[in-house]
Design a protein around this ligand. Structure first.
Ligand SMILES: *Cc1c(COP(=O)(O)O)cnc(C)c1O
Length: 323
């Protein structure tokens, strides 16, 4: 196997210094009801309260902060219909960098508007006939833009790792930590912080049951590719892990678990009713997996990463009516 240079915890520490004063240090919340139900101490790291509504601001801001003068002038390009687009657009605006965001023609109007609202130039493509990676690369080459991918990039991974660094600094040692998993930027960054700050802590990635490519990759040792899975967890509809994220996850993560859509809506309802937190379906993956392992977690100290809160309020209502 060829060796690829993987980011380290030192990169997470450097990222933490870069984002300080720009990203929120999000609250770590507890709930008596949850602790009683679990007979354990549960600490929620609330990245739904991060700027633009998800942890992705951390990685994007860290990556863009490292641009050279020439890169800053030319600008950044990203493709995403979700939180990464908004994270890049907002970070670019704060750093005075022009941003081009590629979004599918049929992306929700609210997401396009949010991206434009953060100052991003939206370029649309037809997701059924056009290849967004190709368009992104063409734009990057023609205009000298720097492409920032949503997860498989060392600066993105290091930035995402700062959330769990803050969690350990605030909550102290934990016995187990549950982190949502899509392409693995958040989980691999979390792994760097966990192995540095709490080597004995069990670390679990959690993905939608309908799209368990991460679990299959972890268990088989090869990156498994799948079709876009059908799930309400739209932040984790990725088709495969990245080369960097997979290498770190294999080395540092204890297991990959899954959660069903019904479990996610039940968690959304609980977090809204009991903790007054608006969390998007993907943001509930960690909590859902912890709930189904409750018996084994009795008496322990548990971390749950709540990764984002960007859910259209009408969709939130519709999901809650059926939960
Ligand atoms: C992107 C995203 C994830 C998954 O993160 P990866 O780094 O792709 O694994 C989880 N939750 C939310 C809210 C996201 O936006």
């Amino acid at each position: 196997m060829s060796t690829i240079a993987l980011p380290t915890y030192e990169d997470v520490q450097a990222a933490a210094r870069r984002i300080e004063g720009h990203a929120h240090r999000t609250p770590v919340m507890t709930s008596r009801t949850v602790n009683e139900a679990f007979e354990a101490d549960v600490f929620f790291k609330c990245e739904n309260l991060q700027r633009m509504g998800a942890f992705k601001f951390r990685g994007a801001f860290n990556a863009l902060s490292k641009f050279s003068e020439a890169q800053r002038k030319a600008g950044v390009v990203a493709f995403s219909s979700g939180n990464h687009a908004q994270a890049v657009a907002l970070s670019a605006r704060l750093l005075g960098i022009p941003a081009t965001i590629l979004m599918p023609l049929d992306a929700p109007a609210a997401k396009m508007d949010a991206t434009r609202g953060y100052g991003g130039r939206v370029v649309t493509y037809d997701r059924y006939t056009e290849d967004r990676e190709q368009i992104g690369q063409d734009l990057a080459r023609e205009h000298g833009l720097t492409l920032i991918p949503p997860y498989d990039h060392e600066d993105v991974i290091a930035g995402q790792g700062t959330a769990v660094k803050e969690l350990f600094e605030e909550a102290g040692e934990l016995d187990a930590l549950f982190v949502p998993l899509g392409g693995g930027g958040l989980l691999s960054g979390s792994a760097l912080s966990t192995r540095a700050l709490a080597p004995g802590c069990k670390l679990y990635g959690v993905e939608p049951e309908a799209g368990n490519d991460g679990q299959r990759s972890f268990r088989s040792g090869e990156i498994v590719h799948i079709d876009t899975p059908q799930t309400i967890a739209d932040g984790a509809q990725t088709q495969h892990l990245g080369l960097l994220t997979f290498a770190i996850i294999r080395r540092d993560v204890d297991d990959i678990l899954t959660a069903r859509d019904e479990e996610l809506t039940a968690c959304m309802r609980f977090l809204a009713e009991r903790m007054k937190l608006v969390v998007e379906p993907t943001g509930c993956l960690g909590f859902a997996a912890a709930r189904s392992m409750k018996q084994q977690l009795r008496g322990k100290r548990i971390g749950v990463l709540v990764s984002g809160g960007n859910v259209d309020i009408d969709r939130f209502g519709a999901l809650m009516r059926n939960a």
